[in-house]
Design a protein around this ligand. Structure first.
Ligand code: SAH
Length: 208
């Protein structure tokens, strides 16, 4: 029997997104509109709406739905922002951002992942996403500054270039820490100063 993905998606939103405290209506709408099962491998498709991260190709992972929602909500997007995302991966987080912001610039170091994400996101009708192959630690000088920066891979420190490319009033969210333990950190740039907040423990693949 065919899997009812719509039903599974609705359940995930009620149970794992709204049920765990996500309130931003843009984020909730984005979750309702984007078919997460398109972004995971065929073999794991039936698990696409479970409360868990999943393996994608090249040893990377697509984050747990709640974490995607939590990180996006932390950016406080209103629909007009220019956002930089590091680590395109499957493109799922990219799609959520593209629904919540104005323009999304996404950088991925693995060409095959970037190409596949681009193909899928284009087929879903997204026209406000710009795809870049390269090292996200350098940011994207040519398109800076950004209202928001989201890094979906972890490192010991936040790369300087990403802080520099943040607009005054802008927000950056990134998992910071070593291989074993990381904290989700939000940095707000205000009058030239960087104010850091800790948003809880997470576990992400490494920024290489
Ligand atoms: N947000 C993705 C999951 C990201 S997994 C999703 O929703 O599917 C982290 C991704 O960051 C991987 O695809 C990895 O290849 C990429 N990555 C790691 N280091 C990077 C770097 N320095 N520059 C760009 N991308 C990087």
């Amino acid at each position: 029997m065919a899997i009812d993905y719509e039903k599974k998606r609705a359940h995930m939103i009620q149970h794992d997104i709204i049920g765990r405290g996500i309130e931003d209506h843009r984020v909730i709408e984005a979750f309702a509109q984007i078919p997460r099962h398109y972004f995971v491998d065929e073999a794991a498709r039936h698990l696409a709406y479970e409360d868990t991260p999943l393996r994608i190709r090249y040893d990377q992972t697509i984050s747990q739905p709640f974490i995607v929602a939590y990180m996006t909500e932390a950016l406080a997007l209103t629909g007009t922002e220019k956002v930089l995302e590091i680590g395109t991966g499957s493109g799922y987080q990219t799609a959520i951002l593209a629904r919540c912001a104005g323009e999304v610039y996404t950088i991925e170091r693995i060409e095959a992942l970037l190409d596949e994400a681009k193909e899928l996101l284009t087929s879903l009708g997204f026209e406000n996403i710009h795809y870049h192959l390269g090292d996200g630690k350098m940011g994207l000088e040519a398109s800076a500054p950004f209202d928001a920066v989201l890094v979906t891979a972890s490192a010991d420190d936040i790369p300087d270039a990403l802080l520099e490319q943040l607009k005054d009033g802008g927000r950056l969210v990134m998992p910071v820490g070593d291989d074993a333990a990381q904290e989700l950190v939000r940095v707000k740039r205000t009058d030239g100063a960087y104010i850091q907040e800790h948003l809880g423990g997470v576990r992400f693949v490494r920024l290489l």
